[in-house]
Ligand binder design. Structure first.
Ligand code: SAM
Length: 268
């Protein structure tokens, strides 16, 4: 495992106990959008890469013949396995999404919600995913698109602290939120997919208060941003983010941060 992938696995192990448990409604609606585009049906076999705590698997469970969830984080896998124990059609395994084990067999679809931007060589990964698809099978992923002004302002508070690699991934990489749809689609085309499409959906995320936003940010991939801030400077960062959130109240109370989620699909 490369150092970078080991760092990501360790970070998701550390946050797995709190991931998607802070009361912030976030991963579910993103998975709903993916399922709407995938339209899974009875009799299908689906491979969900970077399954985390199963936002996508939970939506596949009532419909499909089999879904296999793969995640690099043993702590995520342990929790998902426990959660899906009542579902004999759902299997969850530790594995590397960069190169899913050929012994898993072939699938009607491969899904990866908020995962591809963690992988160092997305085109190589997308090629390996295509190898796991039956002819005409589909790959459907989600990534972030343009953030709203308040979400972008929060990001910008952290940017000066981030190591170059993380900063580039947030601001300039082919899977960064500002990357044009055509650039992302070219990754799919380069990996051999046809009929490549992008659908963008707005997502408003509501936080009851500053504390909930902070718990949420530590419980997701944004944890990497906090870890980059030296501890003595965290109170100042928190204060700045507090001002930003206060400038973005939700009409029903608390605060709202908006962004776009993009769904990209291709056919093998
Ligand atoms: C943002 S979470 C998304 C989880 C889930 N798909 C969801 O929508 O809630 C990213 C997930 O990708 C996993 N991941 C990151 N790199 C991976 C890799 N190389 N192989 C497998 N899983 C990976 C992480 O452990 C984490 O569970």
């Amino acid at each position: 495992m490369s150092d970078e992938v080991a760092r990501i696995a360790a970070m998701f192990d550390a946050l797995a106990p709190t991931y998607d448990t802070t009361g912030v409604i976030f991963f579910g609606p993103i998975a709903d959008g993916l399922i709407e585009i995938l339209r899974p049906g009875p009799g299908q076999r689906i491979l969900d890469l970077g399954c985390g705590r199963g936002a996508v698997l939970a939506r596949l469970a009532p419909t499909v013949d089999t879904a296999v969830g793969i995640d690099i984080s043993p702590e995520m896998v342990a929790r998902s396995r426990a959660a899906f124990a009542p579902w004999p059609n759902i299997r969850v395994e530790v594995g590397d999404a960069r190169d899913p084990d050929p012994q898993l067999g072939l699938f009607n679809a491969v899904t990866a919600s908020l995962v591809l931007f963690f992988l160092p060589d997305p085109v190589a990964a997308l090629r390996r995913w295509r190898d796991r698809l039956t002819t005409g099978g589909r790959c459907v992923i989600s990534i972030f698109g343009a953030p709203g002004a308040a979400w972008q302002a929060v990001d910008e508070v952290f940017l000066p602290y981030l190591p170059a690699q993380l900063r580039d991934a947030r601001t300039a990489g082919p899977l960064s939120p500002s990357s044009p749809d055509s650039t992302v689609e070219q990754l799919f085309t380069a990996a051999g997919y046809t009929d490549v499409h992008t659908v963008a959906r707005p997502l408003d995320t509501r936080f009851a208060g500053i504390e909930q936003w902070e718990q949420f940010s530590w419980s997701t991939g944004q944890r990497a941003m906090w870890l980059a801030v030296p501890e003595p400077e965290r109170p100042a960062v928190r204060a700045t983010v507090t001002d930003i959130l206060r400038s973005s109240p939700h009409p029903d109370g608390g605060y709202v941060l908006s962004q776009t989620v993009r769904y990209i699909s291709g056919v093998a």
